[in-house]
Design a protein around this ligand. Structure first.
Ligand SMILES: Cc1cc2nc3c(=O)[nH]c(=O)nc-3n(C[C@H](O)[C@H](O)[C@H](O)COP(=O)(O)OP(=O)(O)OC[C@H]3O[C@@H](n4cnc5c(N)ncnc54)[C@H](O)[C@@H]3O)c2cc1C
Length: 490
């Protein structure tokens, strides 16, 4: 079989392209090297849907961000992922910073960002955000800024794409590409695929994929950002709080999450290893110090987790969305921040490129843009829950006590289109292990459910794919085998 389009990479970029293209009468597949989708940069970032004033006017990313932000309202309705426009503040603490904020406001309004407002009334600012530092002298308020859950959005995109016929191949690392007679042969560790058009959305590895076709015109540098996550309800913020931006990043923000937690971060360190997501004491100190400049009461003792994400920073500092010199090969690379915000606009740009390549884009009769909202225990009323438990007692068997997640939600996450097949896959889809105990209580039970539903032995259930197995065997079996003559074999 020859596909019309193959997409390499199933982060938010690849899945957004896949879902947008799934409305057309095309044969499409996505190749992903990891065991789960959303395993790269998409897994760990701030989740802010930026208003779009931050990037300078010479960058494409500014305009795709402004456009993409507006597209979220409709997308959230169709795909049912968590999204809320809570608004953001850029916080000035020096009088001479106000001029800079006013300049951003003016340009933002000219470029179509709605309702940007410079607020200098300290009383009003503190009413809107009581926990903000008393040192504030003014804020740039962007009501259109919001929060989305990046991985829940990506799961929704992938599910909807799969519902509309897109095939997903996980554990398929692309290792070689050949282009001959207007056809690409794409080799992974597990097989060979052929396609007329190939889209590179491989994140931190996009330059490597591009070089497989002899295109060596950009490089990608990993830039690490560390975070500190605080327990649910430790503090409650109303707004996304940014300091004044630095030359290389938007600075360390303090931000609520849609699940009731708060985080501080990220910092910005250029590194060489695209897999290094370790956190450091110095980095965490930098984040807490930075966070406290905005929210002095940041509760260190309520920190439940540290983590890091890697930005894929191209040498141009701008998105690379190109119809390349290799006919049919489109690079969608260097999708650094605000790539999550811009994602729907990026996918539309790819459609334009495919049109230029002469790909027939006929909308399918049976295209369905709706991805049903996953059923959640916490969303049911008492009466609804009683009914659910009567119908299926697994709704009443709570597996994760911190987040109140019943067995049935975990089973639904495994059985969904492109469903979870690892512990992290379950955790990111429906949250067991995200709470205060970080999986100490529920992990063995999640392993048990995965093992049963996927029909695999316990030892083959992994945290996040190859070489991340948790269990080595049954304690009793290992113990007996270790004792000379103690084998339990008959
Ligand atoms: C610290 C941080 C904070 C950020 N904050 C924000 C924010 O608040 N708002 C915002 O809009 N944006 C933000 N971003 C940017 C946003 O996260 C990215 O733009 C977005 O996640 C990029 O997604 P992607 O799909 O391009 O890359 P990825 O998510 O990395 O996806 C690429 C995929 O390709 C796969 N892959 C790689 N090589 C191969 C191969 N050879 N074969 C098969 N598959 C392969 C990878 O496994 C991966 O799954 C932030 C980023 C970081 C790191």
């Amino acid at each position: 079989m020859i596909y019309d389009v193959i997409i390499i990479g199933s982060g938010v970029t690849g899945c957004s392209i896949a879902r947008t293209l799934s409305k057309y009468d095309l044969n499409i597949c996505v190749l992903e090297k990891e065991a789960e989708i959303a395993s790269g940069t998409t897994k760990a970032n701030s989740g802010v849907i930026h208003a779009g004033y931050a990037a300078a006017r010479e960058y494409t990313k500014r305009y795709l961000c402004i456009k993409g932000n507006k597209m979220y309202t409709q997308a959230a309705k169709e795909l049912n992922f968590p999204f809320e426009r809570i608004g953001s503040f850029v916080v000035a603490q020096e009088d001479d910073q106000i001029k800079e904020l006013e300049e951003e406001r003016k340009k933002g309004i000219e470029d179509g960002i709605p309702d940007l407002e410079l607020i200098l009334d300290k009383k009003r600012i503190k009413e809107m955000e009581p926990l903000l530092t008393d040192k504030v002298v003014g804020v740039l308020h962007a009501p259109s800024a919001g929060l989305a859950s990046p991985y829940e959005l990506t799961f929704a995109l992938a599910e909807n794409a799969a519902m509309n016929g897109v095939k997903f191949f996980r554990n398929h690392e692309v290792v070689k590409i050949k282009h001959q007679d207007y056809k690409f042969t794409v080799r992974t560790h597990k097989g060979e695929f052929q396609t007329k058009n190939l889209i590179n959305a491989a994140g931190l590895y996009a330059a490597r994929i591009s070089r497989m076709l002899g295109l060596d015109y950009f490089s990608i540098m990993p830039r690490k950002g560390e975070y500190v996550l605080f327990d649910r309800n430790a503090i409650q913020l109303n707004k996304i709080l940014f300091p004044m931006a630095t030359k290389i990043s938007k600075g360390i923000l303090v931000c609520p999450t849609l699940h009731g937690n708060t985080f501080a971060g990220p910092n910005a360190q250029n590194i060489n290893d695209p897999e290094d997501i370790s956190t450091t004491t110095a980095g965490l100190k930098e984040i807490l110090d930075g966070g406290r400049l905005l929210v002095p009461s940041l509760p260190l003792r309520s920190s439940i987790r540290n983590f890091a994400g890697l930005r894929a920073v191209p040498d141009s500092y701008d998105f690379i969305i190109d119809n390349t010199d290799v006919y049919g090969f489109i690079n969608v690379a260097g999708i650094l921040s605000p790539g999550l915000t811009a994602t729907f606009a990026i996918a539309e740009k790819v459609v334009e490129f495919l049109e230029l390549l002469g790909v027939q884009l006929n909308i399918k009769d049976n295209y369905n843009p709706i991805r049903p909202k996953p059923e959640r225990f916490k969303d049911f009323t008492k009466e609804e829950l009683d009914k659910k438990i009567q119908e299926d007692p697994r709704w009443g068997r709570i597996i994760c006590r911190c987040e109140t997640i019943p067995e049935k939600e975990i089973i639904n996450a495994i059985k969904a289109p492109v469903g979870a097949n690892t512990i992290d896959g379950v955790k990111f889809r429906c949250r067991p292990g995200m709470g205060r105990c970080q999986g100490g209580f529920c992990r063995p039970r999640v392993i048990e459910i995965l093992s049963r539903e996927l029909n695999k032995p316990f030892e083959e259930i992994t945290k996040r794919g190859e070489d991340t197995n948790i269990l080595m065997g049954r304690t009793k079996d290992i113990a007996l085998n270790e004792i000379p003559g103690g084998s339990n074999e008959e």
